[in-house]
Design a protein around this ligand. Structure first.
Ligand SMILES: *Cc1c(COP(=O)(O)O)cnc(C)c1O
Length: 418
């Protein structure tokens, strides 16, 4: 008993010290979060930046309501997908002119898969991780059957063996930078180099790394990338996704959804498709402007923050959470890598009743989520969480488990969204 109390006090003091040293603590004021909630699901739906409601109200009332159709020019609605794309690019290490915002991650993946096959004619293999987020797999199945590609499954740590045997056949290697379930961060620079060594293209899904991990798309010569707007970028429910095509590939980037917003002369209303120059050819149809402009406002929450500092804070939060779990819940299995270099911004724990554990935690004001089959997934958004939040959530989890609150019948039935 005495040791428990002593270590609880020690953790409290550590939390206070870490928060006192937090170089980006002021970013918390840029968010509206409900009282009494510790939000550990920013990797599923980012929190609301305080500036967004007024920005959206202005778009609706002034730009749409008053200025009407003129807003396409006067408020540069037309330029928004590439303008906001550049803002996302700053967070993922892409120089301007290589990122477009629009469509969903699923749709952007489809463009990339087919375009990659066309960029590497004669090569018919796509390597993909069987553990990747399902939509990446499903869309690849659809694209592969259309483009005549063969899917070869390999985890990123098995890639070397596949490339050794079949490298000359590989058109594209498609991986997630951070595993959505385990939070494992893969070696983007090293894997991209290995892919290039066999003459193939590298596509990275940044859904769980954009905004929290230094990605360095240009620096590491990544070819193609996609990612979500509504996770750590805080763009709001259904926010548009983004697509990155490296400048050197844009002239040859021949994506299959040849819509009028990707046309070289959209208002010439020509009878046949001619792709726009640059990243504009990744666009398809009219974008959801309310959402594009909500994302643009949301990204201002990153103003003045270095991604390196954001990453340091993220590692400090997840590292401290791991420490708390090891002290307070020594029997709980930590699925995420303990090694900082291999961890994204989340900590996944394993529990046979994971769904019910998450529900019991939510009832205590700690919001995380469940992922099949037995993972309690807790995302640590560095812009709006403190080390005090981290300790409090570990303590709440300890109580849920000690009191076996997950056995409550209320938590047995699954909701539609888990
Ligand atoms: C969240 C997520 C998606 C979501 O795709 P949508 O088309 O936006 O629904 C896709 N891939 C990964 C890896 C994700 O984490």
């Amino acid at each position: 008993m005495t040791t428990t109390t002593a270590s609880a006090e020690e953790l409290q003091q550590r939390a206070q010290r870490l928060d006192a040293d937090d170089a980006i603590a002021h970013a918390r004021e840029r968010f509206d979060l409900p009282e009494g909630v510790i939000y550990l699901d920013g990797n599923s739906l980012g929190a609301l930046p305080s500036c967004v409601p007024d920005a959206v109200a202005d778009v609706v009332r002034q730009q749409w309501g008053h200025d009407l159709i003129a807003s396409w020019n006067s408020h540069d609605w037309w330029g928004a997908p590439l303008r906001v794309g550049d803002a996302v690019g700053r967070l993922v290490g892409a120089a301007p002119g290589q990122v477009a915002v629009g469509d969903s991650t699923s749709v952007n993946l489809f463009k990339c898969y087919v375009a990659a096959a066309r960029l590497r004619p004669g090569r018919t293999v796509v390597v993909s991780d069987p553990g990747v987020f399902p939509t990446d797999q499903y869309v690849l199945e659809g694209a592969a059957s259309l483009a005549g590609l063969q899917i070869v499954h390999a985890r990123p740590d098995e890639l070397g063996a596949v490339l050794e045997r079949r490298g000359h056949e590989v058109a594209l290697v498609s991986f997630s930078h951070v595993d959505y379930r385990t939070g494992q961060l893969w070696d983007l620079p090293g894997l991209t180099r290995a892919v290039h060594d066999v003459g193939a293209l590298a596509l990275w899904d940044l859904c769980h790394s954009a905004g929290v991990v230094e990605v360095g798309l240009d620096e590491h010569e990544v070819d193609l990338a996609v990612g979500c707007g509504y996770k750590y970028l805080n763009g709001g429910p259904g926010a548009p996704a983004f697509i990155y095509v490296a400048s050197r590939l844009q002239d040859e980037f021949d994506q299959p959804l040849s819509g009028w917003h990707g046309h070289a002369r959209p208002f010439a209303m020509e009878g046949s498709f001619a792709p726009a120059g640059g990243i504009a050819r990744a666009k398809v149809g009219t974008p959801p402007l309310l959402s594009v402009l909500a994302l643009e406002a949301a990204l201002t929450a990153y103003e003045g923050l270095e991604l390196a500092a954001v990453r340091r804070k993220s590692l400090s939060l997840t590292g401290f959470f791991i420490e708390c779990v090891q002290q307070l819940l020594p029997d709980v299995e930590i699925v995420s890598p303990l090694d900082d270099d291999r961890r994204g911004s989340q900590v996944a724990l394993r529990h046979p009743q994971a769904y019910a554990v998450v529900q019991a935690l939510i009832a205590r004001g700690v919001v995380g989520d469940f992922r099949e089959p037995d993972v309690v997934r807790l995302g640590f958004a560095p812009l709006y969480l403190s080390h005090a939040d981290v300790l409090a959530s570990a303590q709440q989890l300890a109580e849920v488990l000690e009191r076996r609150e997950f056995e409550d019948a209320r938590y047995a039935t699954r909701a539609q969204v888990t």
